[in-house]
Design a protein around this ligand. Structure first.
Ligand code: PRP
Length: 176
């Protein structure tokens, strides 16, 4: 069987650009006068975060966490480890978590618990992609860029075996 490779484009560059502009404008309206600390989840969110914050012309702060789920393969195990923590205190702050994709929801649920324990004033989430059909735990996502079908996607930050994050669009991984 051939190795999986990036195939058909699911979300192209133009669609990404215009949806991210919309998201940025909506988010800025929500935080009127009180810019949030924007927390990117490494590695997947790095490109989306870079474009989203540039669509948010307010005095926001940025920080990053890195999470790893135990186990291998293409699905989460639910056991999530924080391998890089925030540099800033979020107590009493408005926090916007930026994710590339919410799949089972296990990673985001664990991250929410960790961050909520630090007593931010608010905690909201913006995810570029949401695979609602794969959800195992109910987790709140405040803004979603694109709801995707249950297909494995790479590009625009998303990887397969560490590759393809640098593709400028979201594509389906296919055996072609
Ligand atoms: C991906 C993605 C989310 C998580 C979503 O991260 O960035 O954090 O999986 O999956 P879930 O909803 O099933 O928990 P991954 O662990 O692949 O790490 P990466 O961001 O470094 O690619």
């Amino acid at each position: 069987m051939p190795a999986p490779r990036p195939g058909r484009v699911l979300v192209g560059e133009r669609a990404l650009r215009s949806r991210i502009a919309e998201l940025g404008a909506e988010i800025v309206r929500r935080y009127a006068g009180e810019p949030p600390v924007v927390v990117g989840v490494l590695q997947g969110a790095f490109l989306f975060m870079a474009d989203l914050v540039r669509a948010m012309p307010i005095d926001l702060a940025t920080d990053f966490v890195r999470l790893e789920s135990y186990g291998s393969g293409t699905t989460s195990t639910g056991q999530v480890r924080l391998t890089h923590d925030l540099a800033t205190s979020i107590e009493g702050r408005d926090v916007l978590v930026v994710e590339d994709v919410v799949d089972t929801g296990l990673t985001l649920a664990a991250l929410r618990r960790t961050l909520e324990a630090r007593q931010p004033r608010s905690l909201r989430v913006c995810a570029l992609c949401d695979k609602t059909g794969r959800r195992q735990v109910d987790v709140r996502v405040d803004w979603v860029g694109f709801t995707l079908p249950n297909v494995f996607v790479v590009g625009y930050g998303l990887d397969y075996g560490g590759l393809y994050r640098n593709l400028p669009h979201v594509v389906v991984l296919e055996r072609i």
